[in-house]
Design a protein around this ligand. Structure first.
Ligand SMILES: O=C(O)CCC(=O)C(=O)O
Length: 283
């Protein structure tokens, strides 16, 4: 954990957190699909069952049951109901609007992230947090809504229990003591991915709560030491909850690919959305 960082840290530090091939990992030439986040529900055929129907077999998760792929990591499939998913997509659409709306993120070494991002509570930029969109329109970041605090606590309680306790290496905060104040919301247009990195701009080691919406993705959960193996590839579908805390809090992770067209058309979303809820410790 790099606790010495300032919330207004100048861009350009810790660039090594993202891999050294930005052009490949964050392709600049993607078509501009951002408006589709605001589009009407798609009529394209889905490769996945409708929301609410039992999902079929899938990559690495034939039975779609609770999984603990590493100490401190819990995957709860279909955690958000179809109605909750639709509400969340609608909320993201509002949060994505300017000012302080969804933006393209430029990395200090010249790469451009292929995801589009909007933040609540604190604004994440490479590589720090600020109260304003220091690498965009300069507007104050939108507030972190209380309902996301409740949702994140429910997520933690379902993943770890209400009093999480120790994992042998690191104490995990209980649900009641969890005080998330940052949401990083990423939109993955078709073809977008995210290189292996660690979430380490936060000053405390409280768990990260991750919610997936829309297209299925292959999420790579690595180790805490290097970007190389060992890693585990997990399939994350719309509505899935992934929590990583304890010994996995600072594990490398990323999104290898999304599977275009796997979202339910009724969700009204092209591509994939991911929300990570985090406790910054910035006060
Ligand atoms: O999209 C995901 O599932 C992962 C997002 C992520 O790694 C991040 O926001 O730091």
């Amino acid at each position: 954990m790099d606790g010495a960082r300032s919330p207004e840290q100048a861009p350009g530090q810790s660039a090594a957190e993202y891999p050294g091939q930005p052009a490949e990992l964050f392709p600049e030439q993607l078509p501009d699909l951002f408006p589709q986040l605001f589009g009407e529900p798609s009529r394209q055929p889905s490769r996945q069952p409708s929301l609410g129907q039992p999902p079929g077999p899938s990559l690495g998760q034939a039975q779609r049951q609770r999984a603990e792929p590493a100490p401190g990591v819990v995957l709860l499939p279909d955690w958000l109901s179809p109605a909750e998913q639709r509400e969340m997509v609608a909320a993201c659409r509002e949060w994505a609007r300017p000012p302080a709306g969804m933006r393209t993120v430029r990395l200090p070494r010249g790469g451009v992230m292929s995801v589009r991002m909007v933040c609540l509570g604190w604004h994440w930029y490479p590589y720090g947090y600020a109260r304003t969109v220091v690498d965009g329109d300069g507007a104050p970041v939108k507030p972190f809504p209380p309902e996301l605090v409740e949702l994140a606590r429910r997520a933690l309680a379902d993943a770890y229990g209400t009093t999480a306790g120790g994992t042998g290496e690191r104490e995990i905060v209980g649900a009641a003591g969890y005080a998330p104040d940052v949401a990083v919301i990423n939109h993955y247009p078709h073809g977008a991915k995210m290189g292996l990195h660690r979430d380490r701009e936060e000053r405390v080691d409280a768990p990260v709560v991750s919610l997936s919406l829309g297209d299925t993705c292959v999420f790579r959960l690595g180790n805490t030491e290097t970007r190389t193996r060992p890693w585990t590839d997990l399939e994350l579908r719309s509505g899935d909850l992934l929590v990583f805390g304890g010994p996995a809090r600072f594990a490398y992770h990323g999104v290898v690919r999304t599977l275009p067209g796997t979202a339910d058309p009724g969700l009204g979303l092209v591509g994939r959305l991911n929300l990570t809820l985090r406790q910054s410790g910035l006060g």
